[in-house]
Design a protein around this ligand. Structure first.
Ligand code: HEM
Length: 184
């Protein structure tokens, strides 16, 4: 686990949802104003989906001849595009295999545009995921709430390899020791 990240997520969640007064701000209704303040949880969601998109590949069929990157893709060709490869493309991402949620902080407009084009865990274009906004909100809130409520620690140093072509998942799971939050 990235050193210090869980603690930083916890501090952010406590600040946004309320302190540990017994309720964890659990009854606080969550609206877009609160979600927009979960900046680190949002970056964590983005970085996790960059390296580990749920869908590894998705198909398209070219409706016309397409000229791209010096190649011609004839009309009617089946194309497999990959969010997994786009998220690890060294042209778009510095040190692409390093897990670092803060890479999304303080981007220039140009960097933001490059990152946006190469971040496609929900697809892109007319057939992209219709649930992408809902899913991003849910994941951001889940990350913040889990950090606020649980102490977790991996029980091994071995980082599981990704497995699965259509649905990406960690080989052998991600064994963790999980406890109700003890520290403040
Ligand atoms: C982490 C959560 C999710 C991920 C990673 C995800 C990812 C994707 C991806 C990669 C596609 C294919 C996009 C493409 O080919 O361009 C897709 C399609 C789709 N997703 Fe999601 N999705 C998620 C959650 C949801 C949710 C919450 C809903 C509904 C509320 C949803 C509904 C759909 C639908 C209906 C399509 C098909 C769209 C079409 O073919 O026009 N997804 N999703």
């Amino acid at each position: 686990m990235t050193p210090g990240l869980w603690h930083r997520l916890r501090v952010e969640a406590d600040t946004v949802f309320g302190s540990r007064d017994g309720s964890n701000g659990a009854n606080q209704p969550i609206d877009d104003g609160l979600i927009s303040r979960l900046e680190l949880a949002d970056r964590t969601m983005r970085e996790t989906l960059r390296l580990h998109p749920a869908g590894v590949v998705s198909p398209r069929e070219s409706a016309v001849d397409v000229h791209v990157g010096g190649y011609v893709i004839p009309k009617g060709t089946l194309i497999m595009w990959s969010a997994h490869l786009a998220g690890r493309n060294s042209v778009a991402w510095a040190d692409p295999l390093r897990y670092n949620p803060d890479r999304f902080a303080n981007l220039t407009n140009e960097q933001k545009s490059v990152a946006d084009q190469a971040w496609v865990p929900f697809g892109r274009g007319a057939r992209n995921c219709i649930g992408f906004m809902l899913a991003q909100m849910e994941l951001t809130i889940m990350i913040a709430r889990l950090a606020q409520r649980l102490d977790i620690a991996p029980i091994t140093d071995v980082v599981p390899q990704p497995v699965g072509l259509v649905v990406n998942r960690p080989l052998g799971g991600t064994p963790m020791r999980v406890n109700v939050r003890a520290s403040t």
